[in-house]
Write a protein that binds this ligand. Sequence first.
Ligand code: FE
Length: 328
Amino acid sequence: MKRSIARGERIERFLDRVSGQHSGKGNPRVKQVVRRIVGDLYRTIEDLDVRPDEFWKAIGYLTSAGQTREFGLISPGLGFDHFLDLRMDAMDEETGIAGGTPRTIEGPLYVEGAPLVKSEARLDDGREAGEVLFMTGRVLNIDGRPLAGAIVDVWHADTHGNYSFFDSTQTEFNLRRRIETDSDGYYRFRSIMPSAYGVEPGGATDVLLELLGRHGRRPAHIHFFISAPGHRHLTTQINIADDPLLHDDFAFATRDGLIPEVVRKKDPGELMKRGLKAPFAEIHFDFVLQPTTSAELETVVEREHPDGDGEERPSKRRDHWTDTHAGG
Ligand code: FE
């Protein structure tokens, strides 16, 4: 058997030096994580006999992926976003937290500071002739009681699968709103049906998925942050039920409990009532929030979000389990 370099004493000492274990400076958590990841990669190189040209190709790939800002897509494409959700689900289960609307991935296209409106909103700016969609429902606590004054922060793609802000041809905050629930916990909005969309053809994510024999498409969906005082912040999405890619999402976000029925209305009476000439769609969906006494869990997981002004900055809090599990 070939002698292992990557598992030898010498490499263990080398990894200590690489990760600054002997230095009193730096960040212990970063040292810990870097030592582990670099060591795992050394072993990968050895076990799979990765050639130097393959290694440098990978470095070139990572460099270009960073330059084109594709890591926000590579991450869900490789299942990291869903894996973090699965871990949080498992931790909830361990601590006896059950029920409530399932969480699912945020994706990289949230923008802070969408207009805040009371109970009812129109999300689209009227410039696109898509299928009109009315979505309504309540925000409830775990006992089924309505939560008045909860915030439904909603964002979705247009009929071409593009998001405002990232698509500069759309008006500011198009298809993005924060809706405050009414005294009965209701939110209501009118919008246009979002389209399925995919990663940039030929971009870093596409290149990788192609090499894996996978596609980079997502079924049509609508993103939500739901928050209310005394309740855990919920990051989730609903899927449009009739999308052919419903259970074939490159980002692995589709989950049971997040696929409400889409009701198509074409009856002339219904159209007249809504003041519409073409058939439209209706979705009813209630969000159920977990209670919490932790102010930290009431807010969104910290992650860089562009603000409407184009600045990227981390929002409020750190991921709760990196705090509790650090050093473990
Ligand atoms: Fe999306």
